[in-house]
Design a binder for this molecule. Sequence first.
Ligand code: COA
Length: 260
Amino acid sequence: MSYQNIKFEKKDQIATVTINRPEKLNALNMAVMGELREAFTSIQDDPEVRVVLLTGAGEKAFVAGADIAELNRNNPVEAKAYTHKGQAVLNLIENLGKPVIACINGFALGGGCELAMACTMRLAGENAKIGQPEVKLGIIAGYGGSQRLPRLVGKGLAMQQLLTGEPITAQEAWRIGLVNEVVPQADLLKRAEEIAKKIIANAPLAIQYTLEAVNHGMEMPLAKGLFLEATLFSIACATEDKKEGTSAFLEKRPAQFRGR
Ligand code: COA
């Protein structure tokens, strides 16, 4: 598959997806969203990929939002379809079954912040500016910002961002738990690869079940989430990797996981 609006690379079980419209600060138009859907669908089905890194081309932006030129032309019926399509792509990323690390290399505004929030974790470059400025355009967040932001940082802080439309710095995003780490911009991908390698060294099915336990469990009351955890725990205990991981510990040797 060849892409016009994103770059897609695969190396050492890590796929790197780069949104590639730097002249428009990587704004998300429908063409980008379509290619992201293609790329992430292929990654989901690709056993060679264990972790995904997602970033933006150029020095200035991760993603500066949904494409305002497209938004400007939308009628309400198109806008509803547009939002559902975008939300579906972000849901695919959130529930990919593999960790996706957002590397926020500059502006992550509107759809950019929303895209990063659909990822499993977020690293920010020191220059990152993150926010939901939709209200400045007379619209509201449409790719999950009004839902994922309060879940990540709490209602009050989310409301402040959503209602003022003012972006926050990388340091502030780190302070409120919106990003996991702040690193020099030049080191973003290197740091993300370090984290990816730690994940890849672990048992593949245990990683998959952990993602499922957290993603589904967050949407459930605690008692049901705990029931889900116990069920997935018992499935993990039926894997060859559980036998290998526990035996390797007792035999004082590194485990050789096979994803079975
Ligand atoms: N949609 C479409 N185009 C966008 C865009 C967006 N969300 N964000 C930036 N661009 C385009 C600009 O129109 C400009 O294109 P041009 O050179 O053809 O005029 C180009 O990207 C560079 O942006 P520019 O505004 O000149 O850069 P800047 O450094 O002065 O400002 C921002 C950077 C991010 C502060 C500013 O671009 C901005 O406010 N963007 C919109 C952010 C937003 O509201 N996002 C939410 C959308 S729902």
